[in-house]
Design a protein around this ligand. Structure first.
Ligand code: GDP
Length: 480
């Protein structure tokens, strides 16, 4: 439950936004997604495209000639790390182009955009200025929201039940046997707390490994601790109900206190100070990876997305959601890395994305936020071609697999370009797993584009798929 102090905190935060730039409107765009979904690439491409007026036919302000330009502005929040744009761009466009390091914690960057308004009154006074604050944060952190309304006992029950599910067994076995050997009513020690927390974190981590790609397991900071690594608030684990009354010196009581500390120190401030101040949100989803990993991963992703979306939903009974969701009016679900499939499947990927968030999106819409699904590649690493084999034409993608990638027993060296038949997505998302088997995709990670075109001003042009449309949906109406 929220408190009046939260309310005041948020009100003050909003006031501070206004005070920092008295006359310039500010649009705060949240970019989130589970780890490796593509946030870092998305934001780097977003900034670069706006700074250089990239190739964006679907971005109306640009094609209508009203977008004048963008520049990097002074960092507005001294307490939040700045998004390392220059470093990430250098990794992608330097001499030896490679993918940059991923998002591990929250970061932010402000762009100032200048445009000619179409609106009669605003347009009369020359160009209009808009601050675009891009806020990057791990989607894992959103999965923590439900914890605010769960007691330690309730959370433990859920978490242990989930660990015991058949499809979690392999990952959870070691953790569950630690729990079984632990008497939580005995005197608390840090050694025991650490042992359990380590076993629990290992289990969470293994569920996320390649091939498993499971995603829905709070607490979010256990895998992405940010600056809190090793602190007591991150050193706990779920426990079976204690038998009899809980002594305050027992292990059970200690872990319960740490769980409450996690909520107070980690979860609540994140929602109050960051999430509650967003106007727009893009949720990036590595849908193809889940499809490739099979039905369990997709079902799991669907649950994670529903949980994530419940954070944006207004008007239900949870006072926190009511509080934090009041500003976000548009949410984009973007299936990333669409360059891994042929363009003939892009609409199908969008349909799958739509299907995955259908339930949750309906509720968000009902509560006043508009949602849309798209299939995009913020940076396109492949091109398309057609190969004829025995008189039959195959639509393929051409790219350079990253070093160490394996397909059909062959290991790639990171230098060899190949043509790959990526596989088709089914025509209708309902027939995804008809026989319970994964969709037959050939899924390889590719190197980023190695030779980039330059525009007339000498700026690198980043190739993409439908990124212009995503941009138009996210900020276009603020540039009218
Ligand atoms: P984050 O953890 O959400 O910040 O994920 P990143 O943005 O770092 O992306 C993780 C990885 O996904 C990158 O290292 C790339 O290998 C891949 N990736 C991200 N975006 C794209 C894209 O548009 N196209 C392709 N081919 N790969 C991408």
């Amino acid at each position: 439950p929220t408190t009046i102090t939260d309310e005041i905190g948020i009100a003050l935060g909003n006031l501070a936004d206004a005070a920092a730039a008295p006359f310039t409107p500010t649009l705060r765009l949240g970019v989130t997604g589970l780890s490796r979904a593509g946030k870092t690439i998305f934001i780097t491409a977003l900034i670069h495209n706006l700074l250089t007026g990239g190739r964006l036919p679907g971005f109306a302000a640009l094609t209508e000639g009203r977008f004048i330009g963008a520049r990097l502005a002074e960092h507005p929040d001294a307490g939040i790390p700045r998004f390392a744009y220059e470093q990430h761009l250098a990794a992608l466009t330097g001499k030896d182009p490679h993918w940059p390091d991923s998002t591990r914690k929250i970061s932010q960057l402000r762009l100032t955009l200048k445009f000619q308004s179409k609106r009669w009154v605003s347009g009369m006074f020359g160009p209009t200025v808009l601050n675009l604050d891009i806020v990057d944060y791990p989607g894992e952190w959103l999965l923590d929201l439900p914890l605010l309304s769960l007691s330690f006992a309730e959370w433990s029950e859920q978490a242990l039940k989930r660990a015991a599910l058949p499809h979690s067994q392999a990952e959870a076995a070691a953790f569950l046997s630690e729990i079984a050997q632990t008497d939580s009513s005995k005197e608390a020690t840090d050694v025991d707390a650490e042992r359990l927390a380590t076993a629990f974190t290992d289990y969470l981590r293994r569920s996320r490994e390649d091939g498993r790609a499971l995603s829905t397991l709070p607490p979010g900071r256990f895998l992405l601790p940010g600056d809190l690594e090793g602190s007591p608030a991150l050193t706990f684990a779920p426990l079976p109900p204690s038998v009899g009354p809980v002594r305050s010196s027992s292990l059970y009581a200690m872990l319960e206190r740490r769980y409450e500390a996690y909520k107070a120190i980690v979860v609540r401030p994140f929602f109050r100070d960051h999430f509650a101040r967003l106007d727009r949100q893009v949720v990036l989803v590595d849908t193809l990876r889940a499809l490739n990993a099979g039905p369990a991963a997709v079902a799991d992703l669907e649950t994670a997305l529903t949980d994530i979306l419940s954070c944006f939903r207004q008007g239900d009974n949870n006072p926190i959601t009511r509080l934090v969701a009041r500003r976000i009016d548009r949410i984009l679900f973007a299936a990333t890395k669409a360059d891994h499939i042929h363009s003939s499947s892009h609409d199908r990927l969008e349909a799958v994305m739509n299907r995955l968030v259908a339930d949750a999106a309906r509720k968000a819409r009902f509560a006043g936020a508009e949602t849309r699904s798209m299939a995009i590649a913020a940076i396109r690493a492949t091109r398309e071609s057609v190969i004829e084999e025995a008189g039959e034409k195959h639509e393929v993608i051409v790219g350079t697999p990253q070093a160490g990638e394996v397909l059909d027993g062959r290991t790639y060296d990171g230098k060899t370009e190949i043509a790959l038949f990526p596989g088709d997505l089914p025509e209708h998302p309902d027939s995804l797993f008809e026989d319970g088997r994964p969709v037959a995709l050939n899924f390889l990670r590719f190197q980023p584009p190695q030779r980039l075109e330059k525009n007339a001003e000498g700026n690198v042009v980043l190739p993409h798929i439908r990124f212009d449309r995503a941009l138009d949906y996210l900020i276009g109406d603020w540039l009218r």
